[in-house]
Structure formats: C-alpha cells, structure tokens
Design a protein around this ligand. Structure first.
Ligand code: UDP
Ligand code: MG
Length: 317
C-alpha cells in the first residue's frame, strides 16, 4: 500500500519563488513515487501575503489535485502557518518546508528512508554552516541556543531548521499542544520521540527576500525562552535576594559608622550609583515578570492561533 506524504509550505509574500518551488517539489515527488511508491499532497499556507501569492496558489490548485491551500485573513506568522498546516495534513508522514528552496527537496528521500523502517519518528534537517548570514546574527543565534539549552528541557538543537519529516504519531502529539504562544523548535523537542539529524550546508534563498529582521528574530528568541523555561523568573528572585542581603549589610555598616564617627555627609556620588544600579536591577526583574505575565494573559484569552479567510483544493476549515 502506498503511503501519503503531506508537505506543508508556509508562504508569506513568496510570489517570486512559489513557481520554482512547485517545479522542484513535484520533480522530487515523481522521483519518490518511482523509488518508494509514495503519494503526495502539497499544503500551502498563505500567511496574509500582500503580493500575488494567493493567486498563484489558486492556479496551482486548479491544475494539480495534489495542491491544497489555506489562506489567512492577515499575517499571523510562520508559527501559526505551520500549525494550520499540521492540523490539516492528512498524510501518513508530514514534512514542513520553506517556500524559498532553502530546504533542499532532495533530502526528503533520505528522510523518508530513515522513517520507513520504523526506527525513527522524525528526520530533521540541521544546518552545519551559516554561510551567507550576517556574522552578528550567527553569533547571537549560537548564544541563544546555548542559553535555552541550559535553562529548559526542550532540547533545542543549534542550526535545526523547521524542515523535517514526521510520522503521524508525532504530528498528533504536536497537535495536542494547543498553546497560543507557539515556538515550534521547542515543541518538536518537547514532545520527544526519536529524531534523526541530517546535516546539510546552508543554501541561499532562491529568490525574494528574508522575512526575518534581526529585531524580529530577537523577539522570537525571547518568545522561545519564556515559552520553554521559567529559569528567568528564578534569576529575578535570586538577584532580588542577593541585593537584599547586600543592603542589610550596608545598613549595618552605615549605622556603625555613624555611631562611631558621626554623619559627615559624604559619598553622594556612590549613593547615586547605588540608586541607579538597584533600580536598574528592579526594572530588569520587572521586565522578566512582565514577559511571563503577558504570555499568560494571551494564553488565557484563548484566541485562535490563526483565522482562515478562504481555502481550496479539498480543505474544509
Ligand atoms: N513565513 C511565513 N510567515 C511569516 C514569515 C515567514 O509564513 O510571517 C514563511 C516564508 O514564506 C518562508 C518561511 O516562512 O516560507 C521562512 O521564511 P524566510 O525564508 O523569510 O526565513 P529565513 O529562511 O530567512 O530564516
Ligand atoms: Mg528562508
């Protein structure tokens, strides 16, 4: 019996590459059909694109029954797009792939082979080089991975892409996690299962431009940390505790000094420094609290992760 593989493709303003992507992926699908007797469905998620992405997807769906699309009412972000894709994928195996051909379709064969004998539940791609990426960005990316792995138990691998092929069982496990603040790199690790890492060299985007500014990536990394670790809350308490102790000691010292030598009103500069420093620490800790509070706030609202405006190719949502 042939297996069905669902390919989920989040698209945000990808007009220049969709056509190219479709060519490549269908070519790969043909190869895999001959080799492994697998069928395919292509599930494109239009994440509120402002260019012609949707029109192109509709045209593809008209001519190819394997193509399905879901179109959001606005840009909800890649996380939401992946979630929508996973929810609507019906394959025995499901893969997530970027539209820009940075995730080589050729790797699907190796991924499928890894899963087919049942030893692994997931085969994921990992970049071993960050060529073509700004230095500063690579540096901060590495730093982020080091920190998050220290303070959370989600096991997030450096260089891991979202590009991966998963079994039905793993997809269902991921769907069980109905949280609003989705951080997939953490979710994939958190659900467990056996993951095989396949390494590849970074390839540059085929056309179009990246949707991630440094600032957006920075905020995304904060999302990741607050979603998968409560360690920063502990940092806040520990710092507060240390500063309490220090201030008690200082109060003692000042009282003793005043009793022995009297008050000679000196040390104004050091006082100002202390005030600045301590209030800085307070603000920092408040900020940490605020981060968690805001996440809890959004989580309790139970808003939908995305809103579908239209869909086609046999998707009902
Ligand atoms: N993407 C999306 N919604 C967004 C941003 C990006 O669906 O708000 C998609 C985008 O169309 C692409 C994938 O996520 O298919 C990865 O984006 P991009 O290539 O810009 O990221 P990079 O590879 O530079 O990290
Ligand atoms: Mg890309």
């Amino acid at each position: 019996m042939s297996k069905l593989i669902s390919i989920i493709v989040p698209c945000y303003n990808e007009e220049p590459v969709i056509g190219m992507f479709y060519e490549e992926i269908t070519r790969e699908a043909d190869i895999m059909r001959n080799k492994f007797n697998t069928e395919f469905e292509f599930l494109f998620i239009n994440d509120g694109s402002r260019d012609n992405t949707l029109a192109i997807l509709k045209a593809l769906a008209d001519k190819d029954p394997r193509v399905k699309y879901i179109s959001f009412s606005r840009n909800f972000g890649k996380e939401a797009a992946m979630y929508a894709g996973l929810r609507n994928a019906s394959g025995d195996y499901t893969a997530i792939m970027d539209a820009d051909l940075q995730d080589p379709p050729k790797m699907l064969e190796e991924m499928y082979e890894s899963l087919a004998d049942g030893q692994y539940d997931c085969a994921a791609a990992r970049r071993v080089s960050r060529e073509g990426e700004p230095r500063v960005r690579s540096f901060f990316a590495r730093l982020f991975y080091r920190i998050i792995n220290k303070i959370s138990n989600a096991d997030i691998v450096d260089g891991a892409r979202d590009y991966r092929l998963m079994t039905r069982q793993m997809v269902d496990a991921i769907l069980e996690m109905g949280e609003y603040n989705r951080f997939s790199k953490g979710i994939f690790g958190w659900v467990g299962f056996n993951t095989k890492w396949l390494e590849f060299e970074n390839t540059e985007r085929a056309a179009g431009e990246t949707k991630w500014s440094f600032w957006r990536l920075f905020l995304y990394s904060l999302d990741g940390i607050t979603a998968f670790s409560t360690a920063p809350l502990a940092i806040a308490s520990v710092m507060g505790f240390i500063f309490c102790i220090i201030s008690f000691i200082m109060i003692g010292v000042i009282i003793a000094k005043t009793i022995i030598w009297g008050d000679r009103v000196a040390g104004y500069p050091s006082l100002v420094c202390i005030v600045f420093f301590v209030s800085g620490v307070q603000m920092f800790c408040l900020g940490i609290l605020g981060q968690y509070l805001s996440k809890t706030y959004l989580e309790t609202k139970k808003r939908p992760v995305y809103i579908v405006k239209e869909s086609g190719g046999g998707i009902e949502e």
